[in-house]
Design a protein. Structure first.
Length: 385
């Protein structure tokens, strides 16, 4: 076996052992965030309430994961109870709820904060949040005088103020100056019950037997009939939409998943390093023709042999005429002049003058000056431009 591969294997095994030890020694951290999610077992989830809600509401509870607007748009309901716990309510849904309550249904809304449209519709105001770290909630009805609940962790401290005459006070917070936290509002033929402390329904408080009676008292205000609990907002806010949510929710499966990803990453890194080779850079061949022509030209220019340069230019020009214009250059006669005139469109005067220069270049005894060479060069380039 390759020694490098053995080294990689040892490093991988050590890394996996370290990860396993860290996972085994990891202590679960309690999530104290307020999530109010029906399937969440953390202290402030609603898992226990979700299990006991059917019994609490006389086994006439229906859960809906749609908004009230969507639910009532597709389904007709007789008189019933409406339950909403710490959920956002859009304007169209609120209109549907208000419509059903006016017709004789009852609604229990338990939330830390109420949307301004609810406060405006029902004519109430909420007071500022208290700075207390604990509180004791009681009910004002004498028959519930012995039932209370102590909120000793993260109380909302919210309350109602400016209570109207047609609004009935049902509950208060004793340690917060008797702040009102539970009221009843008559609307049409039905009633709204508003409570400002949803913590009373969370796992942390419901698992204490002394608190269960208070919760039963709160729900006893609802008539014994069908209750629809709208859970859509709670579920949407907290449940992961990832396809891996089941794997990541289970510690053993989550550890196996990360282990698999780590092994896959190491395999890719080491395998790529083993197979990758440096690609050599191949320089393209350089075109030396231009450099050669410049060198020859400079040589003739330094020697001052203008006649030879004129002969080379004439030879180059005639070669282009043969190959590009397909004109016979053996005889530079009138026929040649006419053919070149027709194919280039240049004047007969320029063509005749160019032929004179070509013939001087071809005549070994002709006298040629530098100016003649320059004039010929410009004229020939202009003809075949």
């Amino acid at each position: 076996m390759n020694k490098t591969f053995q080294l990689y294997g040892i490093i991988f095994i050590i890394l996996m052992l370290v990860l396993a030890l860290l996972e085994l020694n990891k202590t679960e951290v309690t999530d104290w965030r307020k999530n109010f999610e029906v399937n969440q077992k953390s202290p402030f989830g609603l898992f226990v309430f979700n299990k006991e809600a059917n019994h609490l509401l006389n086994n006439e509870l229906n859960r809906s994961d749609r908004s009230p607007y969507e639910h009532y748009k597709t389904q007709k309901e007789n008189l019933h109870n409406i339950l909403i716990i710490q959920s956002e309510i859009d304007f169209e849904s609120w209109k549907k709820i208000l419509e059903h309550v006016k017709s004789g249904s009852d609604a229990l809304i338990i939330a830390e904060d109420f949307h301004p449209m609810i406060a405006d519709s029902l004519h109430f105001k909420t007071s500022n949040v208290s700075l207390r770290t604990d509180n004791i909630l009681t009910l004002t009805d004498d028959k519930f005088s012995n039932d209370s609940i102590k909120i000793d962790k993260l109380p909302a401290g919210q309350g109602f103020s400016a209570i109207d005459k047609d609004q009935e006070i049902l509950g208060k917070a004793l340690l917060d100056g008797g702040k009102v936290n539970f009221i009843k509002i008559n609307v049409g033929k039905g009633h709204f019950y508003l409570h400002t402390e949803p913590l009373i329904l969370t796992n942390y408080y419901l698992l204490k037997p002394e608190n269960q009676k208070y919760v039963q008292d709160v729900f006893s205000y609802l008539p014994k009939r069908k209750t629809i609990w709208f859970t859509q907002s709670n579920k949407a806010n907290t449940e992961s939409q990832s396809p891996l949510r089941f794997i990541l929710s289970k510690p053993p499966l989550r550890f196996a998943w990360w282990l698999f990803l780590a092994g896959l990453l190491l395999f890719v890194i080491f395998n790529a390093k083993r197979k990758q080779r440096i690609v050599p850079v191949i320089e393209p061949l350089k075109n030396k023709s231009v450099e050669f022509v410049k060198s020859i030209g400079n040589l003739y220019l330094q020697e001052g042999d203008f006649h030879e340069m004129m002969a080379k230019k004439a030879q180059y020009f005639l070669n282009r005429v043969r190959h590009e214009l397909m004109i016979d250059t053996q005889h530079l006669d009138e026929k040649f002049v006419q053919s070149l005139h027709l194919k280039t469109g240049k004047s007969l005067e320029k063509i005749n003058k160019a032929i004179d220069f070509i013939k001087r270049g071809q005549d070994p005894s002709a006298s040629v000056m530098k100016e003649d060479l320059m004039q010929m060069n410009r004229l020939l380039d202009e003809i075949l431009k």
